[in-house]
Design a protein around this ligand. Sequence first.
Ligand code: ZN
Length: 301
Amino acid sequence: MPSLKSVSQETVIKEEFDSVDVSVVREIKPPEETSNNNFLPIAEDILPTKGIFYNGKKLYGRTLKVIELKKLSNVSEKDAVKTVNDIMSKVITGVDWNDIKVADKQALIFWVRCNTFRDPRFTITYKCNLPSGTDDYTGEDIICATDNKMSFSIEDLDYNYIDESKLNKDGSITMVLPFSGDEIIWEYPTNKEVELIEENYKKIKQMAKIEKKDDPDYALVSYSCIIKSINGNKNMNVLQKYNYICNELSSADYMYIENIMEDEYTCGVKPNVKSICKECGGTVEVPVMFSEHFFNPAFTK
Ligand SMILES: [Zn+2]
């Protein structure tokens, strides 16, 4: 029999699942009206969403202050999301950072980094991971493993831009599942909503612990958070949506969602840039985000 304490704890957690309304884009004073006029306008074409979710409001950004640069350079994995969000919310204005779509986040971080340093180019080193031959004895691939250096700027980034033709008038997306016929409406999440995914995950995990169930699945909690309605029902909380995905959705419909999300709805900066290895001449996909020198460029004379 569950103790009184655990029952009340459970009730409290369930009540906490009431969804937070973040649908209104909060306008921040445009920089002209603030005392700090170091803000520069940000062109829409550097945003993977093309800025279409911000109701015609323009984004502005400024360069990083030394203290902000220090914090970003020393950020640990544990508090990376919070530190980056705290700093970016001061550096970007025009639209509240919370309301900016997470699809634009990395592009804006790049923009800030490129504008902070006099040389907007960015150098990364990588080891070539392409096979350069076959070992005669073992038959296994020999990896080229040559150390390479490449430099690139924001123009070299690859984008997955938003496909406006797939959006409803309010910016949401309707998906009809092929097997059950269920209709799911979801939206690209904002920075705030992504923070809430983390909170909701912790709450569901705590509930699962009380009920002696397995830990929840992070990806499924994420889907539960970006889904706005299921079969027209807009009033389901995250836990109810999570239970729908876990218990009512067929695996075939789930695979459909996973595939279509990746194939048709990916929006953001692509995580890799292409580079030619100086030794083997092959094209290597090099990850660009947040390598250790991202905010710490070495000064070259
Ligand atoms: Zn190579």
